[in-house]
Design a protein around this ligand. Structure first.
Ligand code: PLP
Length: 394
């Protein structure tokens, strides 16, 4: 068959297909697969939030909102930022409601990066950082996360990578796929570096509330000198288990939020009105209290999965400080990350994501999500054990 090149842009053709996609599609075609590849909580939203959504559908909610998002939601978000993140933003000009954090990231990079500009990205890191940087014409430059330091970045590594073309430093804490949490002291040092080199910081904080073992969360925008150079990206997806509602937001200087809003007009305009209305209630409440039960359950699942994997031959893994992924080192099995993931899928019916999908720093690892139920994790662990036996790893 001749490829319809005339109908497909170079941009689209050159976009890499993330390895999660191939695994996801293969797993969807198979029966009886334990799905540990997707980053999606098995919990539903809290009952009060579901009710707020239903209530919004009963009210007059079928119209466009402001292009920046519902004013009441932006006000609730500004309150949340001040209460939980020590960040002050004007809801009129400095907050933009987006189609998830994905939309915020895309709009932020489109609004701030010129072709050839370099964007510093964590490696391993969430694959959309690479794709969205490239779609903006930017050049991804990877800084390593160190497994021995809880998958956090070193300031000196990042400093070495800065050139006259460096425009953006992207931070993600707690991080996907590693669960690494950057502590306040290190963030302060990174903030000083950003100020010294006049970098814009994009801070992806979608897992801000999913932390374990007393790790705390610091928003870079709250640090001295950072408010004017930081775009903070949050999402309701993980915090309130509403991935399908597509509610996220960006908060930053008006000079950045205005062009991001303009870019949004050519993408999704704004997310669904009923979902925005429901989230007004969500951001007025204290998320920490509301989701404490979910975080406690996730911690139990994390401990079970890590302890089980660590006891298996050829696998090493540390307990992640946040998010809901274990990034397990599988080098001891003798297989590369892609071969290992496909072996688990084909031989044992367990779907995971090969680490190579998260940038060059991901080789040798696979990502397993513990947002799946305990029953699924137990089934998965037993099957992984069997698959390793068939590899005869000692
Ligand atoms: N940022 C990170 C680090 C993620 O892991 C994800 C989703 O997996 C997102 C952003 C996207 O979240 P949203 O559903 O809000 O688009």
């Amino acid at each position: 068959m001749i490829e319809p090149r005339h109908a497909v842009s170079t941009r689209a053709r050159q976009m890499p297909m993330p390895p999660i996609r191939a695994i996801f599609e293969a797993a969807s075609r198979m029966d009886d697969v334990v799905r540990l590849e997707v980053g999606e909580p098995d919990f539903g939203p809290p009952a009060w939030l579901r009710e707020a959504h239903i209530d919004a559908l009963r009210r007059d909610s079928s119209h466009y909102t402001s292009f920046s998002g519902l004013m009441a939601l932006r006000e609730a978000i500004a309150e949340k930022l001040e209460r939980e993140n020590a960040v002050r933003r004007d809801p009129t000009t400095e907050v933009l409601v987006t189609a998830g954090a994905t939309g915020a990231l895309y709009q932020a990079l489109q609004a701030t990066v010129d072709p050839g500009d370099e964007v510093l990205l964590p490696s391993p890191g969430w694959p959309q950082y690479i794709a969205s940087t490239q779609l903006a014409g930017g050049v991804p430059i990877f800084y390593p996360l160190h497994a021995s330091e809880g998958f956090t970045p070193r300031v000196e590594d990042i400093a070495r990578l800065i050139t006259p073309r460096t425009r953006v430093l992207l931070l993600n804490s707690p991080g996907n796929p590693t669960g690494g949490v950057i502590d306040r002291a290190r963030l302060e040092a990174l903030a000083a570096l950003a100020c010294e080199h006049d970098l814009l910081v994009l801070s992806d904080e979608v897992y801000e509330h999913i932390r374990f073992d007393g790790h705390s969360h610091t928003s870079p925008a709250s640090l001295p000198g950072m408010a004017e150079r930081t775009i903070t990206i949050h999402s309701a997806s993980k915090t309130f288990a509403v991935t399908g509602w597509r509610i996220g937001f960006a908060a930053g200087p008006a000079a950045h939020i205005a062009p991001m809003t303009k870019i949004g007009l050519s993408t999704c305009t704004h997310p669904s009105t009923p979902a925005q209305m429901a989230c007004v209630t969500a951001y007025r409440r204290s998320a920490e209290g509301d989701i404490a039960g979910m975080v406690a359950t996730l911690r139990q699942r994390r401990d079970f999965l890590c302890d089980s994997l660590a006891a298996m031959p050829g696998i090493r893994c540390a307990r992640p400080a946040g998010a809901f992924y274990v990034f397990a080192n599988v080098e001891g099995t003798g297989l590369g990350s892609e071969a290992f993931s496909w072996h688990l899928l084909r031989a044992a019916g367990v779907a995971t994501v090969p680490g190579v999908g998260f940038g060059p720093g991901g080789e040798g690892y696979v990502r397993l999500s513990f947002a799946a139920s305990m029953g699924e994790l137990e089934r998965g662990v037993e099957r992984i054990h069997r698959a390793l036996t068939s590899l005869s790893v000692d």
